[in-house]
Design a binder for this molecule. Structure first.
Ligand code: CMP
Length: 139
């Protein structure tokens, strides 16, 4: 089934000029980038986006990191896009990520792990709506 998922290329990756290389992995995996913009996340945006992790010990560090530099927010479209992108990203911790995945190729560590992808179709819809209007998504 054709789905849309939400992706973020994180500050560790934009700082190292990896946006194009990450987009190549995404496109080579058969996912289409149907919306994309480079932004600096505000503190409020990052806190809201990661609200589900607000009780975790790394929440403050995570918000600080996500606001430390530019990010590229994206909408990806394709067959089973949510699960497909999670495969393409690899495990959260790059030490456990499979060869060829974005995190194995590029992530620094579990915090600075280069990309985010939605974990369910319901969350994808909520996350996309936080950063894009319908008119900005061109399928
Ligand atoms: P992400 O998919 O963006 O969703 C939550 C993020 O929390 C996750 O990727 C990691 O970057 C981050 N995270 C998870 N576990 C840890 C940890 N132990 N220390 C720091 N950050 C973490």
């Amino acid at each position: 089934m054709t789905e849309r998922t939400f992706s973020i290329i994180k500050p560790d990756a934009t700082k190292r000029n990896l946006t194009g290389k990450i987009n190549a992995v995404i496109e080579d995996a058969g996912l289409r980038i149907v919306a994309q913009k480079r932004i600096r996340m505000s503190d409020a945006q990052a806190k809201k986006f990661y609200e589900v992790h607000s009780e975790r010990p790394f929440y403050g560090e995570l918000v600080e990191f996500m606001t430390s530099g530019p990010v590229v927010v994206q909408v990806l479209e394709g067959d089973n896009a949510v699960a497909r992108y999670r495969e393409v990203m690899g495990a959260t911790n790059p030490e456990q990520a499979a060869p060829g995945t974005i995190r194995k190729l590029y992530a620094n560590n579990v915090g600075e792990n280069s990309v985010h992808g939605s974990d369910s179709l319901d969350n994808a819809k909520l996350e996309i709506a936080q950063f894009f209007t319908d008119a900005e998504i061109v399928g």
